[in-house]
Design a protein around this ligand. Sequence first.
Ligand SMILES: [Zn+2]
Ligand SMILES: [Zn+2]
Length: 397
Amino acid sequence: MNVMDWWYGVVGLSIPTMIVYVLVMTHVTIVAVTVYLHRFSAHRALTLHPAAQHFFRFWLWLTTGMITKEWTAVHRKHHALTETEDDPHSPRIHGLGAIVFKGAEYYRQGTTPETLNRYGKGTPDDWMERRLYTPHTSVGVSLMLVINLALFGALGLTVWAVQMIWIPFFAAGVVNGVGHFWGYRNFECPDSATNFSPWGILIGGEELHNNHHTYPNSAKLSVKPWEFDLGWAWIRVLTAFGLAKPLSTGPIVARVEGKTAIDMETTWAVLNDRFQVMARYGEEVVAPLVEQEYRRADRATRRLLKRSKDVLCRHEGLVDEGQQRRIAAVVGASPVLRILYEKRLELSAVWSLKSRGEDLLDAFRDWCHEAEATGIQALDDFVQDLRSYTVQPARPA
Ligand SMILES: [Zn+2]
Ligand SMILES: [Zn+2]
């Protein structure tokens, strides 16, 4: 091998080829993380053909050195203890910078034997795992380095460095950091998870983190028509080839036009879809009345009411002291907003009842009747719409 061979590699691929190669390789790794580790292993949101499972395990060993059991356990713990002291990677507790730039370190710290035992159930424990993947994590990534050097020569080292940084930065850092910090929220789930981009392309749909914390067992992370989840697109492709089967895609509720009775099935359906229902309460009831009150108010009150819908609808557990004072001032200034705010808290309390039977039905029915009795048109319309919910698929008339 002469000096030029050493510089350009044995195969000697060009720089444009190299860029495409980096994008393809890191993309497959992202798919392995979001589809295999996250949606399949940690959440059981889909089934995967054994061949697909083996491919993804091999790929993760080769390109990341991550161990399925460790990743799964740390992630399940994150969902179980989100934003508490025991959350393995909370930017609310440890600071955003720490999670974004040292996300992988928090992962390593999180993998205690106790965590693995408690949260790592149902992960691979076959010969390959025990003999190769788990004990020899550095062999895979070293092999990757050799392949890159052969393909690109000395530049292969740069390619390899990008591959090695990709997942710790984007998955461990950006999703776990930014996904609990910045962005928009479709749903008031009880932690501060955010969607930080409606197009989940770069990290395969993981950008839709608020949707994910709301429906953690859904194989599909996009909810709104304008959101795009690339991981879900890949699941569709795998499904078409008989390699995957989604088990859950979030709550499925049916609507029966003209149905007015509030029965057990209405209650279950609304309960199932409660995050969506609460979000609609904000959009269809609170927002128009904030708007109406704003138009009628004097200047000082207007300043208070401006954009107050978000604070009035924020999950009770996430309201800080400043927001609490703001809510008190808003409901003090507007009797109608006070009613809407109280009604929202009461509806939220209905869903936290332990009962899934008659008590739940009674509580929901009472709430509906009281809401109708307020005489607020938007609230009444909202209740009429909830009456049409059912768990049964609507039969064509
Ligand atoms: Zn999270
Ligand atoms: Zn998750």
